[in-house]
Design a protein around this ligand. Structure first.
Ligand code: ZN
Ligand code: ZN
Length: 358
């Protein structure tokens, strides 16, 4: 079957090969036919080595499709079911799951070091234990979450990562209050979802901050009340908050420099919510005086910062009610052969989400 493979960490292009086999089917596992997958920034970060991932690997973790086959012992799923791919499946049994913080369950990572694919040349891993830039993948049953019939595959795919991450940061983690002031630094697919979450929560001002003009324009369509380049943030802070700083600032880039900017633009007693996925050698610094004296809440948010299945359900409910716009987040569409075009569109900031139809 066909799949897009990164041969070595650090390479910029994927190769679409047709000699890939999905492996690992058996008890507790399901075989999926991927129909649509989004390109998430984490895929690019894994390719460049910012996020740890053994190579060669098939990127993609934001996908949806149909169940082809279920292994022994799998309940609640059968062939033909429409599902989205959850790259962080909850075991239901660990302390995090029992607290309702399934986004912190580590059980799924146990499989991340096991190859999901092979070809004549040897083993091939799947990113984050999934790997959706492929026609078929075998995953644990917990990675296949049934979706209602009215949710198209491409919408379900987005809910599988970017939308859940961004919405959840505003709703679950920061719990944005009605009437508050918000700034969102980084307006790709996750940042746009954060903006939509802040709007759903009733924020009065939402300032989108991004160096790319097309993303600033997009942010205004999705609920930002204004959009500025990074060098316009200081002025926006002065105008909107009288210089005090925003009630909430979301860092959706994953770099210490932007996290520091976010910290400095958060008001005393306000909330800095860190959503971006960054590198292990990039350190965020706060001095001990400012830490206690300014009482700013620093709240990281991983995969929506709450129960993952509940976050999916909420995203679907908000989408169905017309309270969030997911269709318009898909700015580009390609077939698997166009995957390198999709990567270019993401690196230049031209796309919010590129949907890869498989
Ligand atoms: Zn667990
Ligand atoms: Zn992602």
């Amino acid at each position: 079957m066909r799949a897009a493979v990164l041969h070595e960490t650090g390479q910029e292009k994927l190769e679409v090969l047709d000699d890939i086999e999905a492996v690992g089917f058996g008890p507790g596992r399901v075989r999926l036919r991927i129909r649509a997958t989004g390109l998430c920034h984490s895929d690019v970060s894994a390719m460049s080595g910012v996020l740890p991932q053994p190579a060669p690997f098939i990127p993609g973790h934001e996908g949806a499709g149909e169940v082809l086959d279920v292994g022994d012992g799998v309940t609640g799923l059968s062939a033909g079911d429409r599902v989205l791919v959850c790259w962080l499946p909850a075991c239901g049994d660990c302390p995090s799951c029992k607290r309702g913080q399934t986004q912190l369950c580590l059980a799924g990572f146990m499989n991340a070091g096991t190859p999901n694919f092979k070809r004549s040349g040897g083993d091939v891993f799947g990113f984050a234990g999934t790997g959706t830039f492929t026609e078929e993948v075998v995953v644990g049953a917990g990675c296949a979450v049934p979706i209602p019939d009215d949710v198209p595959f491409e919408i379900a795919a987005l809910i599988g990562c970017g939308v859940t991450t961004g919405l959840g940061a505003a709703i679950n983690t920061a719990k944005v209050e009605a009437g508050s002031s918000v700034a969102v630094i980084g307006c790709g697919g996750v940042g746009i979802s954060t903006i939509q979450g802040a709007r759903v929560q009733g924020a009065a001002q939402i300032v989108a901050v991004d160096p790319v003009a097309s993303r600033r324009e997009a942010a205004l369509r999705f609920g930002a009340t204004e959009a500025v380049a990074p060098d316009g943030l200081a002025d926006a802070k002065q105008r909107i908050t009288g210089g005090e700083g925003f009630d909430y600032v979301f860092e959706v880039v994953g770099k210490s420099a932007t996290a520091r900017t976010a910290y400095e633009n958060t008001r005393r007693g306000g909330t800095l919510c860190v959503v971006g996925a960054g590198a292990m050698d990039d350190t965020f610094q706060v001095n001990m005086f400012e830490l206690f004296f300014d009482e700013k809440r620093i709240l990281p948010s991983m995969y929506g910062g709450g129960d993952v299945l509940r976050s999916y359900e909420r995203a679907i409910a908000l989408w169905r009610a017309g309270r969030i716009d997911l269709e318009s987040m898909i700015t580009h569409r390609v077939r698997l052969d166009g995957i390198n075009d999709a990567l270019d569109q993401m690196r230049t900031g031209e796309s919010l989400r590129t949907c890869i139809e498989i």
